[in-house]
Design a binder for this molecule. Structure first.
Ligand code: FAD
Length: 505
């Protein structure tokens, strides 16, 4: 009979540490003791404010009430990402968390749209996306779960203060029996027989033992790299941005229900509105711009007063070669990092820990479980990497970074997917793709990649039928959006933080 795991240590108390603690507690109940060790003397990365809709599933899984979570973390709602100057200067498009209308007789909405375009109809594809129209109008209302409702086909995520989320989860976890120690980990003790981690040495001279370890120590990867020497695969040839200046600004009048990403000469700038302030950052490639210029670019493009000096963060895009080695997995920044363009890092935390629960081992650690975990995790990383590359490689801008991205060799699978889309709008989805068909369509379309032709099955439906169908969709969206409350009104009515009420502009 295999010996069960009785105690897990989570090293690190940033977003990854506390999300891991909450999910493991929810999944394992009282069968396993969980101890989280974090050092208040070592800062968390301090950014990471935009999410994708899976965040809601995570909160539900761990039993968090949405309105409480929103108030505690100064959260706002996110219907997608607005891209400005991506593709070419002056361009503007939206990646919505929703589709462009239901399929009709098996035809995807973008195929119908492409047929109408071939017939001279210039209506933009975005006119058929409820989430996009809501976002552009600055409105928000949650979707209706009834599939017959016109308010059904979209989703939402959150912008929130990641350090407040970690604090909120700490309270949640401690109330459920997770133990916490504030101490610096100074040593990792491994079994001489097989190299498994036995215990962690702390700066107060004590030692904490466990059967299994979750490394959430951030970029430094104290256990997975420091002790187990997992190694790191650098993907910066595909995704050359490697630094960010981040700065919060005072709350602005524009409480948009979406993240804004504005392309600049050597990178791009995020804008994430929260209830009490706005998060901003300029992500850039140090190969193509020096730090001081990048800082100036950020400060020159803010829409409100900075609340402090900008903070510089350096990173290397890529991933650990092994995500689970011996009796240790790495979660969060210790496992790797893809730039925040599509806000996927917090989702990787969630996936990593849920995957561990799915493949949860006994103390002996079956190497096949470990291998499966590593294969799935790498697959997920590659799929997100390719989706992010799509935003860069399809540009026609004229600066050095952008020319590099337009000319760089692509991963084979992405090149294949793009070719199929270019030919007739086929979107290929693989098992661990994070983003669904409408997401891929939104980026292709926004970046100016229009399929040469459309699915010939669209020809079997009379043109007038298709025109009427799409006109009805467009009109329906306009009617619905007109009736909705603004994003700020919705928050004020349902989930205002104390600060929101104080800082209404
Ligand atoms: P950290 O926040 O670095 O936490 C590490 C923890 O380990 C800390 O508690 C620290 O005290 C502890 N620790 C370290 N060493 C020791 C030691 N020796 N002893 C004890 N404790 C120790 N993600 C998104 O999903 N959306 C975004 O919009 C987004 N934007 C980002 C923008 C940038 C520029 C960057 C760099 C990241 C962004 N991320 C984003 C990623 C997100 O910030 C991280 O995924 C998330 O914060 C998790 O970080 P972490 O907990 O892994 O690491």
């Amino acid at each position: 009979m295999a010996e069960p795991i009785r105690k897990i240590i989570i090293a690190g108390g940033g977003t990854a540490g506390w999300m891991s603690a909450a999910a493991l507690k929810a999944g394992l109940g009282q069968t396993v003791d969980i101890l989280l060790i974090e050092s208040e003397d070592i800062a968390t990365v301090g950014v990471g404010e935009a999410t994708i809709p899976t965040m809601r599933v995570f909160n539900e899984h761990i039993g968090v009430n949405e309105a409480e979570f929103i108030r505690a973390t100064e959260a706002t709602f996110k219907l997608g990402v607005e891209f400005r100057n991506w593709g070419h200067t002056g361009n503007r498009y939206f990646h919505p968390f929703g589709d462009y209308g239901a399929t009709h007789e098996g035809l995807a909405a973008h195929q119908i749209w492409r047929r109408l375009k071939a017939e001279g109809d210039d209506t933009p594809l975005e006119a058929y996306s409820l989430a996009t129209q809501m976002a552009y109008a600055g409105k928000f209302f949650p979707p209706n779960p009834d599939p017959r409702s016109p308010m059904h086909d979209y989703s939402y995520a959150f912008h929130f203060d990641a350090s407040l989320y970690a604090k909120f989860l700490r309270g949640h976890c401690e109330a459920r029996g997770v133990k916490r120690r504030n101490a610096k980990i100074t040593g990792v003790n491994q079994r001489s027989a097989d190299g498994h981690i036995e215990s962690l040495a702390l700066d107060d001279g004590s030692v904490e033992m466990a059967d299994f370890f979750v490394d959430c120590t951030g970029f430094r990867g104290l256990l997975i790299e420091g002790a187990l020497k997992a190694g790191y695969t650098d993907w910066s040839d595909y995704l050359p941005v490697d630094r960010a200046w981040a700065v919060p600004t005072a709350k602005s009048a524009d409480l948009s229900p979406y993240t804004r990403s504005t392309a600049h000469t050597a990178g791009w700038q995020w804008r994430v509105p929260l209830q009490h302030r706005t998060g901003n950052g300029h992500v850039y490639s140090s190969r193509f711009m020096d730090d001081e210029t990048a800082r100036t670019v950020l400060l020159d493009h803010l829409d409100a007063q900075p609340l402090k000096d900008p903070m510089l963060i350096r990173f290397t895009t890529g991933h650990r070669n092994t995500f689970w080695d011996k009796n240790c997995i790495c979660v969060g920044l210790s496992s790797g990092f893809l730039e925040p363009l599509e806000s996927t890092s917090i989702n990787f935390i969630q996936l990593g820990i849920i995957r561990l629960l799915e493949l949860f081992p006994s103390r002996e650690i079956d190497p096949f479980l470990r291998q499966e975990y590593n294969t799935r995790t790498l697959d997920a990383y590659e799929k997100v990497r390719d989706f992010i590359i799509l935003h860069y490689c399809t540009n026609t801008r004229d600066e050095a970074l952008w020319r590099y991205c337009a000319d760089m060799p692509l991963p084979d699978d992405l090149a294949y997917k793009m070719e199929l889309y270019r030919r007739r709008g086929e979107v290929i989805l693989r098992k661990y793709d994070h983003f669904a068909e409408p997401s891929w369509v939104s980026i292709y379309n926004g970046q100016g990649v229009i399929p040469d032709t459309y699915d010939p099955l669209a020809n079997r439906i009379p043109l007038e039928t298709l025109r009427t169908l799409m006109q009805t969709r467009r009109d329906g969206i306009q009617r619905v959006v007109a009736q909705l409350p603004s994003h700020a009104q919705f928050i004020a009515q349902h989930c205002p933080s104390d600060n929101f009420m104080k800082t209404v502009v």
